[in-house]
Structures are given as structure tokens and as C-alpha cells.
Design a protein around this ligand. Structure first.
Ligand code: ASP
Ligand code: MG
Length: 457
């Protein structure tokens, strides 16, 4: 028998926030029936925050506040269930909800009694968010007449015992997924499971860390050789720039894994690339899609992108500080850079960009770096100039390095702006510029107009 390659559909908290959202998700799942859907859900809306807040209140010994928090969560989940099942919540679900809420209350009471919240207890409490959302959603699909299975992800997502940040035992996942997920996969049937949660070999509940559902989806996708991992969220994919700064920002049709990494490092609001690495490594396309606009645009992230524009996207970060370190004796002296970076290493200051000239080195550090100490140490062997309140603009694209004439367009667009530093990343997909922070927005808009909206040279 050939194994079934499922389509993974992962829905984040905002996509399953309430009954109306869940109805929309059900519509999308229905449309995916021919592709053997495996649905991975986050907790509803901000449920995880609510559970953790309750746990922290309990830890402080403030049981009334903890129970108040829990009550709000109960009401939210019950209301969603009542709205989904107009003829009344099915008995099985109703009992399941009652049991889950009872268990959360017991855990909170235990934490409050001991005034102690270990990472292990915290995971046990946090795991209920996904268990509740998937329970309600699976019951709703069943109620709609779909052949639905619900699997507890803790039977598959085996992690080590690092509570709060469980490390998946990648080598075991395939076997466990074949044993526990594969039997429920098929055309015209839906399998629903949880993101974010896992369990140790002894069966203790763990979580993969906040926002871990994307990682779960990618791991399940890799384990089952999915045809695609769809990350459904509230944006139409990854955008070419921050739309609050660049109104013309557009979804990027195709993004490489390396590009996604560069953008994430610059704080662009993309899913963290490490979380989708398992899927990318297994050659499974990952798409980022808008739950509210399923027919709209979306971004496909793959290991390599060969087509597309020379510039894929822009990102920026600021404020940052530029240090220019010069030494008259540096010329032809070996060991200067080693000595320089030894200071940063010892003080634990991370350096982002570096550009070297014959007698000076410019580098950028975060605005909150300990400047005083740095300057004191560096001035022992060099002259240092600092420029604060600067911003790094990153021009990211796999095809940057192959594109002739890009430089002239880039500098042409910024003819009257002072560019203080330029650095081409070693992977040649990131050209970074340092400008005054007052120019940051203008630079982003102009480069977007010249390099992205304008098309390739
Ligand atoms: N519900 C979890 C969180 O809020 C996991 C996730 O949403 O990905 O962090
Ligand atoms: Mg989330």
C-alpha cells in the first residue's frame, strides 16, 4: 500500500479565535478534503496567555485571580461551542470540556497551595489551550458530517524533558507519526491534532515553546512527507516591506529559506525560519496564507528560489550605533581585528555589520550596547568615533549578486541621502546600508519604489 501524503493545514490562534473563525476554518478544511488534510491547531486566540497568567497568579498565591482568569477562559470556550452547535453542544464534547476545566482548576489549586510553578507544571497547564481548541473543532467537523479523527499530539510529538522548550526527538517522529497519525489519514477524511504540545518518553506533557505550532506543523509534515505545509494566519503571506512604512508593500510570491532567515533576523514579521526548517529540508513547500482571504495571495517558502526579482524584500532595524575604529598603526599589522573583536566577545556585545577599510573598521551594535565600557577598552589601542541613532536597511534577494545595474539604481534612488556604511553579507543575498534614522522611512519607500515596484532592471 502506498502511504498517504497528507496536506498539512496549520491554523494559528487568530484563525480559531471564536466560533465564526472556526466556521471559516471548517470551510477551508472541507475544500482540502481531496488532499487528505491533517489539521494542526493553535489555542483559541490568546488562550495560552490566559492560562499562563492564571498559573502565575496561582504561583503568587492569588487563587481568586487565577480562578477568575480560568472562568473567563471557560466562558470563552463554552460560548464558542454553543455558537457552533446550534442544537446544543454534543454530550461527548460537553463532558470533555467539563473534565478539562476541572483538571486545569486542580492544577491551579495545586500551584497556589505550593506557591510554586515549575516549568513542568506550567507546560501541563499551557497544554490545555490546544487540547480545548482541537476538541471543539473536531467535534464541529464531525457534527458537519465529516469523517473526523482527533489524535492527541502527545502520542507523536516525543520531546526531551526540557519543559517549556521541549526538543523534539526528530529521529523518532517518523515512526510515531506512522503509528498514530497515518492510520487516520485519507481522502475525504480529516485528522485534527494540536500544535505546540508534546510529551516525554515517560508521558509527561511538554511544550515546544511559545509560538511552537508552526514547528509542530513542519515536523509532522516532514515525518509524513506531506505534499505541502500551509501556515494559515492573518496576513497574505510574507510582505516585501513593513506595510506601515511602505504602503505599497505586497506579498512575496516565492521566498527562499535563506531570504526568510535574513528577513527574520531584521525583525520582519515572518514566521521564524527555524520553525519551518524540517519541512524545507524535506523539500516540502511551506506556504503562508490568509485565513480570511483564502483566494488571495500567499507566499511559498522553499529551499531555493530561481525565478523572481533581484530584490525580494526590504527590512530595517533601528536604532543602532555605528562605531568607527581607526588605528594609524593598523596598516599592515596582523592581529588588529582579533584584538578588536576580542573586546566585543569578552563584553558579550554582538556585532551586526562590519566594513573594513585600510586604516579603519566600522561596525554596528545595538543601541543599548554598553558604549562607555566599549569605548574605554577600545581607546587603549585605537581611536573610536560613534554615530548613534542610525538604522540598518537590509535589501534582501537571492538574485542580488547576479543582477548587473542594481547598484546604480539603488544609489540613484538615494542620491541625496547620506549612506554611512555599506555591507554585502557573506551569503550575498543581503546588501545592508546604514543611514540616519531620520531617513529610514524615506529610504525604505524609495528603494521599494525603485527596486521592487519598478520590477527588475
Ligand atoms: N498557543 C501557543 C502560543 O500561543 C502556540 C502557538 O500559538 O503557536 O504560544
Ligand atoms: Mg500563535
Amino acid at each position: 500500500m502506498t502511504p498517504i501524503h497528507p496536506l498539512i493545514l496549520k491554523f494559528g490562534g487568530s484563525s480559531v479565535a471564536d466560533a465564526a473563525c472556526m466556521r471559516q476554518v471548517a470551510t477551508l478544511v472541507r475544500a482540502a478534503l481531496p488532499k487528505a488534510p491533517l489539521v494542526v491547531l493553535s489555542a483559541m486566540g490568546k488562550t495560552t496567555n490566559g492560562l499562563l497568567a492564571a498559573a502565575h497568579a496561582a504561583e503568587q498565591g492569588d487563587l481568586p485571580t487565577a480562578l477568575e482568569q480560568l472562568k473567563a477562559l471557560i466562558q470563552h470556550h463554552r460560548r464558542a461551542a454553543e455558537e457552533l452547535f446550534e442544537g446544543g453542544v454534543p454530550d461527548g464534547l460537553d463532558q470533555g470540556l467539563t473534565d478539562a476545566f476541572g483538571q486545569i482548576e486542580l492544577l491551579l489549586r495545586g500551584v497556589a497551595l505550593l506557591r510554586e510553578l515549575s516549568p513542568r507544571s506550567q507546560d501541563a497547564i499551557a497544554s490545555f489551550g490546544e487540547r480545548l481548541s482541537t476538541g471543539i473543532f473536531a467535534a464541529f467537523l464531525e457534527h458537519q458530517g465529516l469523517a473526523t479523527a482527533w489524535v492527541d499530539a502527545r502520542t507523536v510529538m516525543r520531546t526531551d524533558a526540557t519543559f517549556g522548550e521541549g526538543q523534539p526527538q526528530i529521529g523518532l517522529l517518523r515512526e510515531l507519526a506512522i503509528a498514530h497519525l497515518a492510520p487516520h489519514l485519507g481522502i475525504d477524511r480529516v485528522l485534527v491534532t494540536q500544535g505546540y504540545i508534546g510529551a516525554t518518553e515517560e508521558g509527561l506533557t511538554t511544550t515546544l515553546g511559545r509560538g511552537g505550532s508552526d514547528y509542530s506543523a513542519a515536523l509532522f509534515g516532514a515525518a509524513l512527507q506531506a505534499t505541502e505545509v500551509q501556515i494559515w494566519t492573518d496576513v497574505e503571506g510574507v510582505l516585501t516591506a513593513d506595510p506601515r512604512v511602505v504602503p505599497g508593500a505586497l506579498p512575496i510570491p516565492e521566498l527562499s529559506f535563506a531570504e526568510a532567515g535574513e528577513l527574520a533576523a531584521f525583525g520582519a514579521k515572518v514566521l521564524h525560519p527555524a520553525t519551518i526548517q524540517p519541512a524545507v529540508e524535506a523539500n516540502i513547500p511551506v506556504t503562508v496564507r490568509h485565513t480570511g482571504k483564502p483566494l488571495g495571495r500567499f507566499t511559498t517558502i522553499t529551499g531555493e528560489v530561481r525565478s523572481g526579482r533581484p530584490v525580494t524584500a526590504l527590512a530595517s532595524r533601528g536604532p543602532i550605533t555605528v562605531l568607527t575604529v581607526s588605528s594609524t598603526r593598523m596598516l599592515a599589522q596582523s592581529g588588529f581585528l582579533a584584538r578588536l573583536f576580542e573586546v566585543f566577545g569578552r563584553l558579550g556585545v554582538s556585532v551586526d555589520l562590519v566594513a573594513t577599510a585600510e586604516v579603519s573598521v566600522s561596525l554596528t551594535v545595538e543601541a543599548d550596547a554598553p558604549l562607555k565600557v566599549l569605548l574605554k577598552e577600545l581607546s587603549a589601542f585605537a581611536t573610536v568615533k560613534t554615530a548613534e541613532d542610525r538604522a540598518i536597511i537590509a535589501v534582501v534577494g537571492e538574485r542580488l549578486k547576479y543582477t548587473a545595474g542594481l547598484g546604480s539604481r539603488l544609489f540613484g534612488a538615494l542620491a541625496d541621502i547620506n549612506i554611512e556604511m555599506i555591507s554585502m553579507g557573506a551569503n550575498e543575498i543581503n546588501l545592508s546600508l546604514v543611514v540616519n534614522r531620520a531617513d529610514e522611512a524615506a529610504v525604505l519607500r524609495r528603494l521599494h519604489a525603485a527596486l521592487i515596484e519598478g520590477g527588475g532592471p
